[in-house]
Each structure stands twice: as structure tokens, then as C-alpha cells.
Design a binder for this molecule. Structure first.
Ligand SMILES: [Zn+2]
Length: 231
């Protein structure tokens, strides 16, 4: 942890884990650029490797003003450890997921339009696109209805995603929560889930989309996760 700043405006801000906070702050611009968030809704978090801590966007901070100081440090109970702002109202949910899913290094939450529309109908997004098989390994599931502020959302995310390959869950009547090995991977899933939610929605307007056979889904998912891209 670096020294306490002498600037009185920064009282309560010890600048700990600044590198990770500087990495997470600009990831929020992707949410804005991809039209996944309105006003201050939505947030990105990242686990602090090797410590029982994570960093998360502060509550109600404008995306235009978001610097590393708009990203605060919390422990895995969601208690603020460093930062002058209150953490996101979704902090308890993120904390619960980090406590119960050790492989998760980053999380994203949005109310992106098409994906959230599926959640409002309590309908999973069926796996009818090869891009869905690649990224999600099957349908994108819907999680239970849960109120904001306690462990309910976190419990719903963990219970739904532990039985799916999907890194994204549509929490019913609420929105998208994604997990990843890193915050950037979780951002990618948040972008991809909105993209496929839109395409499959349009397909449903035109007729009945054709399902992909489970063996083909498995093969596509395996190839994309293990072979695709620059090695
Ligand atoms: Zn929300």
C-alpha cells in the first residue's frame, strides 16, 4: 500500500491497488461504447490476485468522470477498504460470487436492452448461433428473481452458473451478470450476450430459429475455448 496522500481532498484514499484500479476504470468505457449501460447503471469488478479483496466501480459515479479513484477496494464481505466513494450497490453480489467461485477473476453487470428483455420474460436465450456455442457453450440461462442489497443476487448467480458452461446469467426481471478469468473477459461476455440476445430476438420475429445439435455445440465450444485465436 502506498503512503497516505497529503492532499486533504484525497483523505480516505490510500491509493492501494492502483494498477488494477487503473485497469478496471477504462473497461467501463467499453460498456458505454457498446450501448450496454444508461446513466450510471452497470459496473465492472476485478479480484485482487492473492488477496481476499476486489476492486469495483463506486456507486453513482458518472462514466465521463471515471478515473481510478472512481474504482474502490473492498474485502470479500463487500466492506470498503480503500476509496473515498461508496462501492456500487451491486457490491454484495460481486463479493458473494468471488467468495464462492474461486476461478472468477472479474465480473460485469449491465441492464443491456435485448438481454434484459429476455430476462423480463423469464426466457433463456436458446443456443441457435455458432457464436453462442463458442462463447456460452449452450443457452444463456435465466437466474431467479432477487432483490438488490443482500446476498440474494449473488446466490442466484452462483447457483445458476455452477450448472452451466455459460459465463453469463440473465437475472430475472433485472439484467445481465457475467463472470470471467479477468475483468476484460467478463466485459467481452457482456458485449457478446447483448449481441446474441439481439440476433436471436430478431430471428424469433421472423420465425422459429433452428436449434444446434448438442454434439456440434460441444465441438464448437471446445474449439473456441481451446484452439481458436493467437497461441
Ligand atoms: Zn442492476
Amino acid at each position: 500500500m502506498s503512503a497516505v496522500p497529503s492532499n486533504p481532498d484525497q483523505r480516505g484514499e490510500h491509493g492501494s491497488h492502483r494498477v488494477l484500479r487503473e485497469e478496471v476504470a477504462p473497461l467501463h468505457t467499453v460498456l458505454v461504447r457498446e450501448h450496454l449501460v444508461a446513466w450510471t447503471a452497470g459496473n465492472v469488478s476485478a479480484r485482487v490476485a492473492g488477496e481476499n479483496l476486489f476492486v469495483i466501480k463506486a456507486s453513482g459515479v458518472d462514466y465521463d468522470d471515471l478515473t481510478w479513484q472512481g474504482v474502490v477496494v473492498c474485502d470479500l464481505d463487500g466492506t470498503l477498504i480503500d476509496g473515498v466513494h461508496s462501492p456500487s450497490s451491486d457490491t454484495a453480489a460481486h463479493a458473494y460470487v468471488y467468495r464462492h467461485m474461486e476461478h472468477v477473476g472479474g465480473q460485469v453487470h449491465t441492464h443491456s436492452t435485448y438481454a434484459t428483455a429476455w430476462s423480463a420474460r423469464d426466457q433463456e436465450i436458446p443456443c441457435v448461433l455458432t457464436a453462442m456455442a463458442d462463447e456460452f457453450g449452450g443457452p444463456v440461462p435465466v437466474g431467479p428473481f432477487a432483490i438488490i442489497g443482500d446476498d440474494s443476487i449473488g446466490r442466484g448467480i452462483v447457483s445458476t452458473l455452477t450448472s452451466h458452461r455459460s459465463p453469463a446469467v440473465l437475472m430475472r426481471n433485472h439484467g445481465v451478470f457475467t463472470i470471467g478469468a479477468t475483468a476484460k473477459a467478463a466485459v467481452k461476455s457482456a458485449v457478446m450476450v447483448e449481441d446474441v440476445a439481439r440476433t436471436v430476438h430478431i430471428a424469433c420475429q421472423l420465425g422459429q430459429p433452428l436449434p444446434i445439435e448438442s454434439t456440434a455445440i460441444d465441438a464448437l465450444h471446445d474449439r473456441y475455448q481451446n484452439v481458436y485465436g493467437q497461441r
